[in-house]
Every structure is written in C-alpha cells, then in structure tokens.
Ligand binder design. Structure first.
Ligand code: ATP
Ligand code: MG
Length: 178
C-alpha cells in the first residue's frame, strides 16, 4: 500500500509563500494548540484530493488564498501538490491550484481535466466523493451514531467491497453445498 510522502503548499490558508509539509511516514500524528493549523493540513490534503469548498471550511474557493479570510489575499492563486509514493517507490504528484473560484489540476506537471484527475486518484484507492480517506473534525460522532445497517452500507461503498458481494455469495453457496 502506498502512502502520502509530502504536501507542497503555496499561499494556501495559513501558509504564506511556498512551504513543505512532511515528509510524512505511514502513520502520522499532527499536534498543536487550538488554531495552529492542524485542520488546515487536512484541508490542504482534501483540496489536493478534489474536495469542494464547503468541505474545506470556506464559502468560496478564493477564500483559501492566504490572507483572504481577513479580506487581504496575498496572491491571486493558491496551490497544493500532494506527492504519493507507491509500493515500488514510484512517486506521483497530484497538484491542484485555484485562481479566483476555479481550479486547475495537474498530474506530474501535466494539465488534466477534473474527471481524469479523479480517475487517477481512484486508481490509488482514493474515491473523493466517498470520503474514504478523511474523517473531518466533528464527523466521528455522526458516523458512530449511524444505525448499523447505514454504517455497513457506508463501509461497503468506501471499501468498494460491494463489487465482490455477488462473487462472495456464489462461493459461500458452493462451500455450503460441498
Ligand atoms: P483546533 O484545535 O481548534 O481544531 P486547528 O489547529 O485545527 O485548531 P485550524 O482550523 O487548522 O486550527 O487553523 C485555524 C487558523 O487558520 C486560524 O488562525 C486562521 O486565521 C487561519 N486561516 C484560515 N484561513 C486562512 C487564510 N485564508 N489565510 C490565512 N490564515 C488562515
Ligand atoms: Mg481543527
């Protein structure tokens, strides 16, 4: 299983100019005082994974630019590059930038459509619309409070195990007959 190696941010939320977050290990823990920017790290990751503004705790994408929250954006653009390392140590860089309220997507420096970007993310197991990678602040409780059937459905969707349900039932039936 691959892992997130680092995030390169530029004028994104609390980071002014270019900054490197990482390198990360396979398991990471972010600590800091209230308001120090822990959730902004997750926002940067979510942004690079194609999340919409509402999930990034802003009304408009342009609010993500450093300084925009006090009406003083330092630039017209913000950018996050996410370096993903696969099992063969092969690195892929997913980069999303925002100018005004529109986004641009690049994979290893090559400009791509959002559809292609999400398709490539899906190949490494990231299904952005399924939120399979991130549990946002405050969401733990809502997941815990779901009824068991709802929760099972959610995990089946996230893990994409539903695809294998028919095959599983067939094999189970064959085993019971044997
Ligand atoms: P908590 O422990 O309360 O959850 P946190 O460490 O998760 O806090 P964040 O929510 O990540 O903190 O960061 C909040 C900080 O980010 C605030 O200080 C806010 O001013 C800053 N911030 C948010 N948007 C921008 C922006 N566009 N430009 C500059 N700073 C920003
Ligand atoms: Mg937080």
């Amino acid at each position: 299983m691959g892992f997130l190696k680092q995030l390169d941010v530029e004028n994104f939320k609390s980071w002014r100019g270019k900054q490197l977050l990482g390198p990360f290990l396979r398991f990471n823990c972010i600590i800091g005082t209230n308001g120090s920017g822990k959730s902004n790290v997750m926002d940067a990751l979510s942004f690079a994974m194609g999340e919409r503004a509402a999930s990034l705790r802003v009304k408009h994408l342009r609010d993500l630019i450093h300084g925009a929250h006090i009406g003083q954006p330092v630039s017209d653009t913000a950018r996050v590059s996410m370096s993903y390392c696969d099992d063969e140590e092969q690195e892929t860089v997913f980069c999303r930038s925002v100018a005004g309220d529109s986004s641009e997507y690049r994979i290893n420096g090559v400009h791509v459509t959002l559809a292609k970007y999400l398709e490539e993310l899906e190949k490494i197991g990231i299904v952005t619309k399924a939120r399979n990678c991130l549990v946002f602040q405050g969401a733990v409780e809502s997941i815990a409070l779901k009824d068991p059937k709802e929760r099972t459905k959610m995990f089946e969707f996230i893990s994409q195990s539903k695809e294998y349900a028919a095959e599983y039932d067939k094999k189970k039936e064959a085993m019971l007959k044997a």
